[in-house]
Design a protein around this ligand. Structure first.
Ligand SMILES: Cc1ncc(COP(=O)(O)O)c(C=O)c1O
Length: 346
């Protein structure tokens, strides 16, 4: 039986402590020329090397590439099918259905609550304050939630929370795991909490290649966490979460050239986004500071604006949530589409 010494082990679902993960053929490994241990086909009918073989559970080159990019030790990185799978894995690793809960601060990304609900885990849906910051007395508000999700920059508001504030929350909640979702961090890297992963045993950072790296269709995300959390999550994760072609694409995206391309595109998108935000302000909308690749704007004449967008064939994000009924979120786009939008608001 695993000794319950780490915070991660104390918080984990107890049955996981004794669980031996599925021993896939790839995990067991071996040496030799003739590989007949996984009921694979010997024929590779594709241009992708080794596509007839099961992939590594955690492709080492991809993990190393993300370690180089993020500055986080490779042992502290788990790759998954997007950040969405990482959210689900954390809930499945730590929350006992029908008993435990998570906390999050709305308006925010909807998958924290949905993922929890699909596992019959409670949701303590707290509110960001009027300046889109975390509430005061966070420890009493979070109560006994095991996982506390902070989206930074926050989707859909685009607002940010200072790193010092996040660090103080981490200190105030020593018996919970604070998960900082940094899906949009490439648009404001100075706010990253990645440096906290090595310092605290209760911090997890989520990342993705879906946004700045332009690979939403590939489904590749990362969890950065201390090794005790990683060890437990690895007991729950699917045997082959990252398909081989995805691992290859993602590793290439994290090469020097790939990162340069990402950074060039990020600055282009930020320029286009600032021009759009200015046009929205000129139009009379209330526009929140945009720290991701989108801008949230509030309109007095929301029905007319929605109709105008539909007529122009623009699909932007509208909301049913009571706090956001008059708001529309616009993702930043290329030069041409940005100009079309700007003209629409002139
Ligand atoms: C804040 C946030 N986290 C996570 C995700 C999901 O990312 P992925 O595509 O890596 O699953 C999104 C997607 O919109 C998001 O906005």
């Amino acid at each position: 039986m695993t000794a319950v010494t780490s915070l991660a082990a104390k918080l984990a679902r107890p049955e996981l402590l004794n669980l031996t993960p599925y021993q896939s053929a790839r995990r067991i490994g071996g040496e030799g020329e003739i590989w007949i241990n996984a009921n694979e086909s010997p024929f590779n009918n594709s241009d992708v090397a080794q596509l007839n073989r099961y992939p590594e559970c955690q492709p080492p080159q991809l993990i190393q590439a993300y370690s180089d990019y993020s500055g986080v030790d490779s042992q502290s990185i788990v790759t998954s099918r997007g950040a969405d799978e990482a959210i689900e894995l954390l809930i499945r690793t730590f929350c006992i259905p029908g008993q435990d809960s998570i906390a999050c601060f709305g308006p925010t990304y909807g998958m924290y609550a949905i993922s929890a609900q699909t596992y019959n885990v409670g949701v303590n849906a707290l509110a960001l304050d009027d300046n889109y910051q975390l509430p005061a007395n966070i420890d009493s508000q979070v109560a006994d939630a095991k996982l506390v999700f902070i989206c930074n920059p926050n989707n859909p508001t685009g607002t940010v929370i200072a790193l010092e504030t996040i660090e103080s929350v981490v200190k105030q909640l020593p018996n919970a795991i604070v998960i900082v979702d940094e899906a949009y961090i490439e648009f404001c890297p100075q706010y990253s909490a990645a440096s906290l992963v090595n310092q605290y045993d209760n911090v997890v950072v989520l990342r993705t290649l879906s946004k700045a790296f332009a690979l939403a269709g590939a489904r590749c995300g990362f969890m950065l966490a201390n090794i005790d959390i990683v060890d437990l999550v690895m007991r729950v994760i699917a045997p082959y979460p990252v398909p081989k072609p995805v691992a290859d694409l993602a590793t290439a995206a994290l090469s020097r050239q790939g990162i340069d391309q990402m950074q060039t595109q990020v600055s282009q998108l930020k320029g286009n986004g600032e021009a759009l935000a200015q046009a929205l302000r000129n139009y009379g909308a209330e526009v929140l500071p945009a720290n991701g690749n989108f801008v949230l704007a509030k309109f007095a004449n929301i029905a007319a604006v929605k109709q105008q967008l539909i007529t122009a064939g623009v699909v932007a994000r509208t909301y049913n949530d009571a706090r956001l009924t008059n708001w529309i979120r616009f993702s930043f786009s290329d030069e041409q589409q940005t100009q079309t939008l700007i003209q629409l608001f002139q």
